[in-house]
Design a protein around this ligand. Structure first.
Ligand SMILES: Cc1cc2nc3c(=O)[nH]c(=O)nc-3n(C[C@H](O)[C@H](O)[C@H](O)COP(=O)(O)OP(=O)(O)OC[C@H]3O[C@@H](n4cnc5c(N)ncnc54)[C@H](O)[C@@H]3O)c2cc1C
Length: 666
């Protein structure tokens, strides 16, 4: 068999790379051992013939697409369960390589995502040890999802209407959906895939409501998969993305489950119906925080996929003729193109780096919690909320930018950019809606501001406030440290302003809730600014630390990416910098010049840097982004798979167009 030729532009780009791509691959993976492990798993999974699609998914109907994703999901389910148990891939950022491979093989979202992502983690964190022993031994017999959101309520958990009423006579809970708004709506895999759910419901016992609690509910027969009597379950229909996630609805008609199906690690209901409250409500925060923390690493990875596609395509694509006697340049040579793309590359590195730091913070806090120390939970919660909000939104913007940067071809499904966008933009909403997450962090910031004003010491991630509240402004310097200080000054200034607005409204006689609402635009701006200060500081610090452990040539590239990230955001937020620091017009011009210098410095290594994300073609799933750069051939090959190209004349001509032409002649 003849070797497939690699596009010449890509060959040249790779030749001029100034650093060792392999070294960066190991860094991205978190070590050489992880790279080898990942490659082994990829090689195994991706060589399974049955996982390849004869017809691209996009040409299938909604129903066929689902069936195909279940087919492939089941193959992966078995392989990966084995892989997880036997190989335990490194989880240094909270996500396993399995997640990455699954997304490539399924292309969109697998209907089993919630089983691994929410169902098992919730059982692990909220079921008692005895319950875990009983349920987890059922293993694969129990396929589950996490059913919280209802038609009527998502954000406001206390507003959920599904009820779980304890019947002491039969020692059962009666799960009921009293009206249409109480139907569960959205859970992934719920529609046709799972046979069990964690259902969040209002607990009633002895006539008293005790708020929202989790229950393990079987919804389908294990053998026949028929919905059990009292269960109404189905598909919610097509969405912007997540077409194969099998998001479903679920209603209960006085459906009974045994008492022991309430997850009882924290709160309990005794046989006689006595409610025993959890010693600490905060214990239930665990899963919520876990998922938000992992979203930072997830979007970093999806962004790496989008950036790889768009940068490789920009190296292959030639367009326009700025100089009449010279050939059309690669579009990657247009500085505006570099401006669109290099921030996406740098952002992926920033989120992966900060995601790893967040993950290690999370594991430490959870370990402390197990020993009864909850002191750092509020800070972690505030951090996870704002980082989840800002990272998911920035990643969506960057993916969209990558799509724009590919012109018309980026709009093709076969580029895979629309599907990646669908996956990433969903993270803005699920597991805590964007604005609501920022407002959660704002509550913590308001408390911290009050403490700082009273001269009390602050927790590490908000400690910068003390300095800038004292100094009032930031003495600007055009250095990375100066930019980080600028972001901290902006955050402090915005937090102060939001708090003053809030306190002013309260002082003028408004209820706290109304004052909060009136100040909420300032509050979310303050939260976003805080997240940016954290992202810039942690990314820069980590890159500085890592740079001392890698080769000088790689250290240069990493530092350029981190500096680009900082400069990009300093320029984006120049208005804020003007308000809260001593930055001048000249400083801004100099920042702009440095930013342009950085684009030029990164340019020769751009392809090498995205190659170092080391995402195999089968996982990129893109006509535009494959390693060999055969863009046009692939676009044509994929187009030829369209069922419409299977016949020279489509029947609709005879049915509709011809009669129209005849009519028009008359
Ligand atoms: C792709 C996808 C997958 C999902 N998967 C699952 C799943 O597996 N299981 C599950 O249970 N759920 C799932 N969800 C549901 C998801 O968790 C909710 O959509 C999300 O929590 C937001 O709730 P909502 O849709 O009710 O929006 P709402 O809360 O109604 O928000 C609508 C608007 O109101 C604003 N708003 C609401 N409250 C406030 C407030 N207090 N202050 C200011 N503004 C406010 C919001 O900012 C937003 O702009 C999924 C959703 C999506 C999109």
């Amino acid at each position: 068999m003849s070797e497939v030729k690699v596009n010449e532009d890509l060959v040249k780009e790779r030749q001029k790379c100034s650093f060792d791509v392999e070294e960066l691959i190991h860094l991205v993976d978190g070590g050489k051992h992880n790279t080898l492990e990942r490659k082994k798993i990829e090689q195994y999974v991706l060589s399974i013939k049955e996982l390849k699609d004869e017809v691209p998914e996009e040409y299938l109907s909604h129903k066929e697409r689902y069936e195909n994703s279940v087919r492939k999901g089941c193959i992966l389910f078995m392989v990966l369960m084995k892989g997880i148990l036997e190989r335990k891939p490194s989880r240094n950022d909270g996500i396993s390589y399995n997640y990455k491979i699954i997304n490539g093989v399924i292309k969109d979202i697998t209907p089993f995502m919630l089983h691994f992502g929410m169902f098992l983690p919730t059982l692990a964190s909220q079921a008692s040890p005895e319950q875990q022993q009983e349920w987890l031994k059922k293993g694969i017999q129990m396929i589950g999802t996490y059913a919280q959101t209802e038609l009527g309520h998502g954000t406001f958990l206390r507003g959920l209407e599904t009820t779980a009423t304890y019947d002491a006579d039969t020692e059962e809970f009666v799960i009921h959906s009293p009206k249409v708004t109480s139907y569960k709506w959205w859970p992934g895999g719920l529609a046709q895939t799972v046979n069990h759910c964690i259902v969040m419901a209002q607990l009633y016992t002895k006539g008293k409501n005790h708020g929202i609690h989790p229950f393990l509910v079987q919804i389908r027969d294990i053998e026949t998969h028929m919905p059990l009597p009292g269960i109404k379950v189905g598909d919610i229909g097509p969405k912007l993305g997540f077409q194969t996630a099998n998001n479903g609805f679920l209603g209960f008609d006085n459906y009974r489950i045994p008492r022991m199906n309430m997850l009882m690690k924290n709160s309990q209901v005794l046989k006689d119906g006595t409610y025993v409250k959890a010693k600490n409500d905060k214990l239930t925060y665990g899963t919520m925080v876990f998922v938000r923390v992992t979203i930072v690493a997830d979007v970093a990875y999806e962004l790496a996929r989008a950036a790889t596609i768009a940068v490789r395509y920009a190296a292959v694509r030639h367009q326009s003729k700025p100089k009449p006697n010279e050939p059309e340049p690669q579009i990657l040579d247009y500085v505006t193109q570099q401006h669109k793309l290099f921030i996406a590359v740098a952002t992926s590195h920033a989120f992966r780096t900060v995601g790893r730091w967040l993950w290690s913070t999370y594991t430490k806090v959870i370990a402390d919690m197990r020993h009864g120390n909850m002191d750092q939970l509020p800070e972690l919660h505030a951090l996870a909320c704002c980082l989840k909000a800002v990272c998911s939104k920035d990643a969506s913007t960057c993916v969209e930018q990558c799509r724009f940067a590919c012109g018309g071809h980026g709009y093709m499904q076969s580029s895979n950019l629309p599907i990646i966008y669908g996956i990433v933009t969903a993270t803005v909403t699920y597991e805590g809606e964007h604005t609501v997450m920022l407002l959660q962090t704002a509550r913590y910031l308001v408390k911290a501001y009050k403490q700082a004003s009273e001269g009390k010491s602050l927790t590490p991630t908000v400690a910068y406030m003390t300095k800038y509240l004292k100094s009032g402004s930031h003495y600007w310097q055009n250095t990375p440290e100066g930019i980080i200080g600028g972001f901290q000054a902006v955050a402090t200034g915005k937090i102060k302003e939001a708090c003053e607005s809030l306190f002013q409204h309260v002082k003028s006689g408004k209820d706290y809730e109304d004052a909060w609402n009136l100040s909420s635009v300032r509050l979310i701006n303050a939260s976003e600014a805080h997240a940016r200060a954290v992202l810039c500081e942690m990314f820069w610090k980590e890159i500085q630390r890592i740079s001392t452990t890698v080769s000088p040539s790689l250290a240069i590239v990493l530092t350029q990416l981190a500096e680009l990230y900082l400069n990009y955001w300093a320029l984006e937020k120049r208005g804020d910098m003007l308000m809260y620091s001593t930055i001048t017009k000249e400083d801004i011009s100099s920042l702009q010049r440095r930013y342009e210098e950085l684009l030029a410095l990164i340019r020769p290594n751009a392809v090498g840097i995205v190659d170092a994300f080391d995402i195999r073609d089968e996982i990129l799933c893109s006509t535009l982004g494959a390693y060999d750069g055969r863009v046009y051939e692939r676009l044509m090959e994929e187009a030829m798979k369209s069922p419409l190209n299977k016949e020279p004349v489509n029947q609709s001509f005879h049915k509709y167009i011809k009669p129209l032409l005849i009519q028009a002649k008359l």
